[in-house]
Design a protein around this ligand. Structure first.
Ligand code: BES
Ligand code: ZN
Length: 461
């Protein structure tokens, strides 16, 4: 992101190289295995060469040699050492783009130029020539490790109580009206009050547990007992932090589950950045929205389908928790109706009530569903936009073949520039009304897709 680039110092020193390699991995998000190779420091030697796909203009700018270039997209294959990749990352960030190159997992550093070019012509250049220029990431679709999928069709909707197509359900309307800005603010204050929620920090697990206990107490106090609910801590291979899951069981357990989620971890990536990562916007805000959605689902009529809410671990380390969860869901052939990601909802950068909806790594039909639900229950202005890379946990689900969407606080270029620094706090520019709109949208999405049972089954208090 431009913010992360703007603080880059001009000189190359070892800390700079380390940090930029980190940023490259964070921006590209190509797969957890790439994130691991960075995290375990095996990739940080300036002299270690790798085959990469890289923007040809950046190569030229830095007078580096390409092995071959795809002429339509102007993407080259080149063997670059760590120091050159750091310079590429810096140049890309100066242009306001992410990393500018992608390491090719399928090729070893020792692969010959001839074989590497042959690989590129077979696996990467055809897709690039066909117009997939915007994100280098799509070039890796052929790699089994990334498994990017085309938009998957979502299921037909309006299967709840019989009603005229396009008519609002009064019960959903009533619940969305009960979304509380004060509750959302309290949760954001609670979460951003910790020094950080960095996924590798042992103390973060305690924050997850405290949050679970806080929500458990709140749900116990207000739950109407209609939809059974339970919390789980999901342990991961790729991070010491757990993902927290809350499951509401519907009338048809395990069938066409509705998934909502947002990442719980935070990070400080500023130059000479310390340990402070309050992450109020990124992503205490989405986490707080999910907590408020949970409070209202606990008071909802009988759900037809399960609703699962995830507070993911290690998103900032490369979508770590969600990658494992989506992979397991794919292996288990889990049937998922739709996945909604809430990541950054606090700063109305494009204007109040204006929402960015990412069109990359998401499902076209589900985005239309979101627009319908917004029209019925929220009335925000939804503006299509792109991240340009797998910028949050929705991409994990998308890559594993599940329909996902990501409405977010603004268009990408207008988003909060203070994220990943100690300045991402509740402040005068925070807008709780704006944030609450995402809780309304997420709640209506959960209830609409789950399909509320007929009014006769609503429990009388
Ligand atoms: N909240 C951001 C994603 C984001 C930022 C979306 C700005 C839209 C605009 C997320 O937490 C994040 O920081 N993602 C990383 C990539 C991830 C794979 C580590 C990023 O954008 O650099
Ligand atoms: Zn972030």
């Amino acid at each position: 992101m431009a913010k992360k680039c703007s603080s880059n110092p001009p000189s190359l020193n070892s800390k700079f190289i380390l940090r930029n390699l980190w940023i490259v991995s964070a921006c590209l998000s190509i797969s957890p295995s790439w994130a691991h190779s960075v995290a375990d420091h095996s990739d940080l030697f300036p002299t270690q060469a790798h085959w990469v796909l890289v923007d040809a203009k950046l190569l030229q700018q830095l007078k580096l040699e390409a092995a071959a270039t795809e002429p339509n997209s102007r993407v080259s294959i080149a063997r670059l050492n760590g120091a050159d990749r750091a310079r590429i990352a810096e140049a890309a960030h100066e242009r306001g783009a992410c990393g500018g190159h992608e390491q090719i997992q399928d090729l070893a550093p020792s692969t010959s130029t001839r074989d590497a070019v042959k690989w590129a012509k077979e696996h990467a250049f055809p897709q690039l020539a066909a117009g997939h220029r915007r994100s280098l990431e799509v070039t890796l679709q052929s790699s089994p490790s990334t498994q990017a999928t085309p938009n998957t069709p979502s299921l037909p909707l309006n299967v709840g109580i019989p009603r005229a197509p396009g008519a609002a359900d009064a019960r959903i309307e009533s619940l969305t009206r009960q979304v509380s800005e004060t509750n959302i603010e309290d949760h954001i204050r609670f979460l951003s009050g910790f020094a950080n929620r960095q996924h590798k920090n042992a103390a973060t697990e305690q924050v997850v547990i405290q949050f679970r206990d806080r929500l458990t107490a709140q749900l116990k106090a207000i739950s109407n007992g209609v939809n059974p609910w339970s919390f789980d801590l999901i342990r991961h291979q790729s991070t010491p932090m757990s993902t927290l899951r809350l499951k509401f069981e519907g009338q048809t357990p395990g069938q066409d589950v509705v998934v909502l989620g947002g990442h719980f971890d935070s990070i400080n990536q500023s130059w000479m950045g310390g340990q402070k990562a309050p992450g109020a916007d990124d992503n205490a805000s989405g986490s707080a929205n999910l907590a408020e959605i949970a409070r209202l689902i606990a008071q909802a009529p009988r759900l037809q389908r399960d609703v699962e809410i995830y507070w993911y671990a290690g998103e900032e380390g490369g979508l770590l928790g969600s990658a494992e969860i989506a992979k397991a869901a794919q292996s288990a052939k889990k049937s998922v109706r739709g996945v909604l990601q809430l990541d950054m909802t606090l700063q109305p950068g494009s204007g109040r009530f204006k929402i960015g909806s990412m069109t990359d790594f998401t499902d076209a039909n589900l985005r239309e569903d979101l627009k319908r639900i917004n029209t019925l229950y929220v009335g925000a202005e939804i503006i299509d936009d792109q991240c340009g890379y797998g910028c949050s946990d929705h991409a994990s689900w998308h890559r594993h073949g599940f329909p996902a969407i990501m409405p977010t606080e603004a268009k990408k270029r207008d988003m909060n520039k203070n994220i990943h620094t100690e300045r991402d706090v509740l402040s005068a520019s925070s807008d709780l009304t704006h944030s609450a709109m995402f809780a309304k949208l997420g709640l209506a999405f959960a209830l609409d897709l789950s399909g509320l049972a007929s009014p006769s089954s609503i429990a009388q208090p």
